[in-house]
Design a protein around this ligand. Structure first.
Ligand SMILES: Cc1ncc(COP(=O)(O)O)c(C=O)c1O
Length: 451
């Protein structure tokens, strides 16, 4: 074991140190070689050293260098050193995080990290939460809690009876809702398409004045940070209207919620803490390893009622049993990495991470505008949308940027306009990464836009 793990550390360090020199997208030859791994399972064992040799030699070159500083696709952060190291140690511990009896350390760190986050995000005292795979499962869990609370109030036990014959729940979303809450609504039997869509403004913010008249059991799903523009729905106004009608307000804050940790950006989250539930990711802006999402519910008994299960052999102590608050029973100890990341950054480090990445996004936007390209959004956070002309030209530029390999940016369609997205979400991004990437984008755009 000792030699294998030491050798693996060497491989991991070599991989990370090599990221600054390699292309961000994997080379086509590296992808071609993956075919060599596709053979029938051998009858005889393979030595662990040989398994790792294969994994590193074939696998490492076939990765996307999203752990490095020049990956700006989706909303993906690299892993902080303390979070990666904690992940390794927790891997060695091999803890099942479902029950205190199975992992007292995981249960303790989860509770501590949840408490720190409730404080950092300014959520109401008494808010509870849980660790799940990502924002989609956090949205799912929060919406399950909402479904429970609203139907219980209407005299219906949804966990016992299901939705057949239940009072209908109206779900209100903004027209720029992320696909994630819709997916969660589909899984919960609330329907992806029976939502009431509220018109949005040019930044994708829900128009509070256009909310429908709310009556009966209703969930209003708002967004803290649009994946395209970074814009926030007007939470305070929406919570006021929704709560006056006894609706449940849920916030999808997959990355935007972290703005609350930065004195410079916290104003964007004004009113968000008046909601009833929140979903966020730690694998995005907190930069912990995949996968890691967190759900928060103001009255955690609703989350518990929606997700708890018991069996004679599942020993329960007097305290909080983690599995009573998540859709899963057995799961890995994600709280360990979140705790490690938060402790290693401290409040000031987290604020700096948010502010630095936002500053880099502004630098990208300014550089692109100075070169004559159209930035389609107000860059209030870490997201930039840029158009290089018509849809075809913009797509050609995106493809060329990806295959050039200096950096990686993805595409989107924003309110009818094809655009390139630049999302700066990694602690590993340096000023030099930004300048190198900007120079590559401008060089490629100038060439490709000529056709
Ligand atoms: C606003 C928003 N919600 C939800 C998600 C989905 O997050 P996950 O992939 O962690 O489930 C994303 C991902 O980018 C997002 O930006």
């Amino acid at each position: 074991m000792r030699e294998l793990l030491h050798a693996t550390t060497e491989r991991a360090v070599r991989y990370l140190e090599g990221l600054s020199e390699r292309t961000v997208a994997p080379a086509p030859e590296a992808l071609d070689r993956l075919k060599e791994l596709d053979h029938p399972l051998p009858v005889e064992p393979t030595r662990p050293e040989r398994v790792m040799e294969l994994l590193d030699e074939m696998g490492s070159p076939a990765t996307v260098a999203s752990a490095g500083g020049r990956f700006f696709g989706f909303v993906v952060g690299g892993t902080l050193p303390a979070a990666l190291a904690a992940n390794w140690l927790a891997g060695a511990w091999d803890q099942c995080a479902g029950l205190v009896a199975l992992s007292p350390i995981s249960a303790a760190l989860e509770e501590i990290a949840l408490g720190w986050l409730v404080d950092l995000f300014g959520l109401p005292a008494g808010t509870g939460g849980a660790f799940v795979t990502g924002a989609t499962m956090a949205n799912f869990s929060a919406l399950a809690a909402a479904r429970h609370a609203l139907l219980a109030r209407a005299g219906w036990d949804v966990e016992a009876q299901g939705l057949f014959g239940a009072p209908p729940i109206t779900v209100v979303v903004g027209d720029e809702v992320h696909a994630s809450p819709l997916k969660a609504l589909g899984l919960l039997g609330l329907g992806r398409e029976r939502v009431v869509r509220v018109p949005v403004d040019g930044q994708g913010r829900m128009r509070a004045g256009a909310l429908p008249r709310i009556s009966g059991p209703t969930i209003v799903c708002i967004q803290a940070g649009s994946v395209n523009t970074g814009a926030f729905d007007p939470a305070a106004e929406i919570c006021l209207v929704a709560h006056a009608a006894d609706a449940w307000v849920h916030v999808d804050g997959a990355f935007g919620l972290w703005a609350a940790a930065s004195p410079e950006r916290a104003h964007l989250t004004a009113g968000v803490n008046q909601a009833d539930s929140w979903a966020t990711d730690a694998h995005k802006w907190l930069n912990v390893p995949y996968d890691s999402g967190i759900v928060f519910v103001r009255e955690p008994q609703h989350l518990r009622a929606a997700t708890a299960a018991s069996a004679a052999y599942l020993v329960e102590g007097k305290g909080r049993e983690p599995e009573q608050y998540t859709p899963e029973m057995s799961r890995r100890a994600r709280g360990v990495e979140v705790w490690a990341a938060l402790l290693s950054l401290g409040r000031s480090g987290l604020a700096d991470l948010v502010e630095r990445t936002c500053r880099y996004a502004t630098r990208f936007a300014d550089g692109l505008k100075a070169a004559g390209w159209e930035v389609l959004n107000d860059v209030v956070l870490n997201q930039v949308l840029v158009s290089f002309g018509d849809a075809e030209t913009t797509q050609r530029v995106i493809t060329a940027i990806q295959s050039d390999g200096t950096c990686w940016c993805g595409g989107t369609v924003w309110q009818g306009h094809t655009a390139m997205r630049i999302s700066v979400s990694s602690w590993a991004t340096t000023e030099d990464d930004v300048e190198r990437s900007l120079a590559a984008i401008l060089r490629i755009a100038a060439t490709e836009s000529k056709g």
